[in-house]
Write a protein that binds this ligand. Structure first.
Ligand SMILES: [Zn+2]
Length: 330
């Protein structure tokens, strides 16, 4: 153990230097996309592809993509159904093949993170919790990363049936509340409103740092929270909104870029070594939750565990690619 403190100090120093060294980013769209590609490396191909290679709104005019995805008919179950799994000591996957929903257990109940499309709420979240031996009546909070149907359509049911408190960004409440009652999944009642300053959700022994990261939507929220792997603590940085399917305006990309930098700072300060997203294509959740079920050799890491520098590279992709888009519009 001797010298560990100075090791840690050197590591923090090196990370700070790295952050500073990256500050004067290449000032061309091409240079930024190259930097993002380096940041993605072999760890985050899905995110790089989605927002740097083929951004959703690249061809769109102003306003395209501003609305949440329209109501859709229910796709065949085989296309989306995924079995639930315990992934960390206190974190359980109850999402689909495409979208994540997580149950974070605490000493005083469950915090549910994101709620899927309405058709998946009962088979994935409610049945999933039951299969995993968790009591759905103990869901105390439901965190909505942003007000698009693939993450928020389960909110109203969980609120009305179990009394869970719904946590959403202020601007996303504003876009949610005027929805017609016939909207898929219904409309949750205004509950916990998170402003630009963010908030902390504290339940029993667990604190979730809720960080306002506007960009994907004006009210997008991201999270920093602790998990344990066989008793060993680690910190998760959860990215609440990724794709560029918002109105293609320079100020929107600047907002998005700033939010990524804000999350990188929060992840660095918390020493996050796990990065998660609400779409399985960005954090390979579908595969990783299954790999997490396999026995590990002594010292082998959890499939989600990496190091803080690798977590920070995730947020650099978003910042660089948003800035590349912003610059390309000038
Ligand atoms: Zn979305």
């Amino acid at each position: 153990m001797k010298g560990c403190l100075s090791c840690a100090a050197a590591l923090v120093g090196a990370m700070t230097l790295t952050l500073h060294a990256q500050a004067p980013a290449p000032a061309t769209p091409e240079g930024l996309v190259k930097a993002a590609k380096r940041a993605a490396g072999l760890d985050y191909p899905g995110t790089f592809l989605r927002i740097c290679v083929a951004p959703d709104n690249l061809e769109g005019g102003p306003g395209r993509g501003a609305a949440p995805p329209a109501a859709r008919s229910v796709p065949a179950r085989a296309l989306w159904y995924a079995k639930p799994y315990k992934v960390f000591d206190t974190l359980y996957f109850v999402g689909t093949r495409i979208h994540s929903s997580w149950a974070l257990t605490t000493s005083d109940g469950i915090v549910l993170i994101d709620t899927l499309f309405d058709y998946a709420v009962e088979p994935e979240i409610l049945e999933g919790l039951k299969t995993l031996g968790l009591d759905r009546r103990k869901i105390k909070y439901v965190l909505i990363s942003h007000a698009h149907g693939d993450h928020d359509q389960g909110a109203a049911l969980l609120q009305s049936r179990y009394g869970a408190k719904i946590v959403m960004g202020a601007a996303d409440w504003e876009s949610t509340l005027p929805r017609p009652a016939s909207a898929p999944g219904g409309v949750p009642k205004r509950d916990i409103v998170v402003g630009p300053e963010g908030t902390k959700i504290i339940l029993g022994d667990t604190t979730i740092d809720v960080i306002a990261t506007p960009g994907h939507t004006p009210g997008t929220l991201s999270y920093i929270f602790p998990v344990k792997d066989n008793g060993r603590s680690m910190v998760v940085a959860y990215a609440g909104g990724t794709a560029f399917n918002f109105p293609r305006r320079a100020e929107n990309f600047a907002t998005y870029r700033d939010s990524q930098n804000k999350m990188a700072k929060a992840a660095a300060a918390a020493g996050a070594t796990v990065v998660m997203s609400n779409h399985t294509e960005f954090d390979r959740a579908y595969d990783r939750v299954r790999i997490a079920q396999l026995p590990r050799t002594v010292g082998e890491k959890h499939p989600y565990e990496t190091d803080t520098a690798t977590v920070l590279r995730y947020f650099e992709i978003g910042a660089d690619c948003a800035e590349a888009q912003r610059l390309s519009m000038q």
